[in-house]
Design a protein around this ligand. Sequence first.
Ligand code: ZN
Length: 355
Amino acid sequence: MFPIKIKQFTKTIPALLALAFAGSAVAKDSKTLDVYWVDVEGGGGTLIVTPAGESILIDTGMPGGRDPDRLHQAATQVAGVKQIDHLIVTHFHIDHFGGAAELSQKMPIKNVWDNGIPERDPDGKANSNFLLRIKPYRGMTVGERHIIQPGTELPLKQTNGTAKLRVRCVAAMKKFVAVPDATQRNPLTDKVKWVAEDTTDNANSIAVIVELGDFRFWDGGDLTQNTEARLVTPYNRVGTVDVYQVNHHGLDFSNNAVFVQSLAPTVSVMNNGVTKGCGAAAFAAVKSARVKAMYQLHKNLRDDIENNTTNEFIANLTRDCDAHHIHMSVAPDGKQYTISIPDKGHTSIYKTRRK
Ligand SMILES: [Zn+2]
């Protein structure tokens, strides 16, 4: 299915910007499911607002002001939410949990879902400053803390007149949900290229599937190649998705080609930075899955500049970025979704694949 362009402005002006933001903020009144990829410069910061207006934040960027500010701004000014109902921290690397404690001082965080705070550096490094870094996260004030398991579903409100909403954990700590009944052996199983085992916390990442009716979105944190492969071979425990948040910011440690091909997304969104992510192999793997559109938060400005999607699909093109976000709005019936870069005036509509 090719994107249908409904409008494209070559130049953004403040009035258009205001309109775009107004459009984002009223989204929940129209019972859409909204996802905002906030620019945390190559960290994780994906904000989801359900048709009922509940908010789910997956990862919190880095500490130090910038990322918590951007997340707070996006939540309150763009998405129009006053609190984070559910925070999921995919794993204990600083670009994912780092901003949480500061954000909790700017707005209430009701529930935190993670793998359980490790007692030592989960990468197994000696003499690391992990304990110092984790201290604010351990001490932050939140409503309730939960340890997530494969199969855990967030307790979310359903809304009259919308398709069924479901946010479900499919992988955590290298453990997976059960194979769905009647699943055939994945024909790509023998094509997996296994790599050296990853002993960092990336491999432990929590992966979630967000569904509204037939629509399916993947956020798998920084899951790495062998864990990705085990999740979909010999049996695909995830199924296919419409939108793939490219694992690990598009780094080559992740994005096993068989994994991405098994998920077979229509659209990919990469939360990369100016020089982080957008690796040649990861990029090729996503392309090999024949996605129809690839979005990036940043243009890759390293020497391998050929590893970029077209500028129209990139939120931030320059080194001194303005923290433009990417917005997705899924129709209440789950049958189509609109992806936009409000600051650029880019908008495309995609049809949901039927399950
Ligand atoms: Zn990361």
